[in-house]
Design a protein around this ligand. Structure first.
Ligand SMILES: [Zn+2]
Length: 212
């Protein structure tokens, strides 16, 4: 199980796992995290290690062919690696250990046009692929067939459960609150609350807790 890598628990719409993204000719090999509100509102938000791991690679600072500043963490317990693209800055060093919830850097827009965190989960085939690229750990599956991408990358949301381990960053706008409300209502339904008045009551309580 992985924690959310950001304080906000929403993946950006439009760039879901394996969605074809024509401008880059790529089946999107991860998920994108941001509030999705304004262009750079999320820049500077902390990015958290989703579980125990060892930092395997830290990129040089730069656009790095569209990947921006990026980072690869090895998770021996899960037999997967996680990769984080477009970071504003990275605060861990290669070879260092990370703990769940530890800040590993800050969200940015390096190598891209709008601030978001692109996160991937790779299996050993994915690791071989990114290592095999011309740039160390920078392989991005441009032009690779969908089934081949699916054999190397795992949907991060399969590992990320509902949790309260990372505190929510409170949204600054009504649109941000609407995202929280929708996500919370969905969670309540999954937990078995079906009565509208009961959902309303619990939503109200959650919001009061968050706002205080
Ligand atoms: Zn992405």
């Amino acid at each position: 199980m992985l924690l959310y890598p950001t304080r906000f628990q929403t993946a950006r719409t439009g760039n879901k796992f394996l969605d074809y993204y024509a401008p880059h000719d790529v089946f999107h090999p991860g998920v994108d995290f941001n509030w999705g509100l304004t262009r750079n509102a999320d820049k500077g938000q902390p990015i958290f290690a989703p579980t125990w791991g060892i930092v395997e690679y830290v990129s040089p600072v730069g656009t790095n062919g569209g990947l921006g500043n990026y980072l690869v963490i090895k998770h021996p317990g899960l037999a997967v690696w996680t990769r984080y693209l477009h970071m504003d800055s990275i605060t861990v060093n290669a070879g260092g250990r990370v703990a769940p919830g530890q800040t590993i850097g800050f969200l940015g827009d390096t190598g891209t046009v709008s601030a978001h965190l692109h996160m991937e989960v790779l299996n050993y085939k994915g690791l071989a692929f990114i290592r095999d690229a011309r740039r160390p750990y920078g392989g991005y599956p441009v032009g690779v067939a969908k089934d081949e991408v699916a054999a190397m990358f795992v949907d991060p949301m399969k590992f990320i459960g509902e949790n309260d381990h990372v505190p929510l960053e409170l949204p600054q706008t009504e649109a941000g609150w609407a995202i929280i409300l929708r996500a919370t209502a969905r969670m309540l339904k999954r937990l078995g609350f079906t009565r509208k008045d009961e959902i309303q009551r619990r939503l109200q309580r959650k919001i009061e807790r968050l706002r205080n």
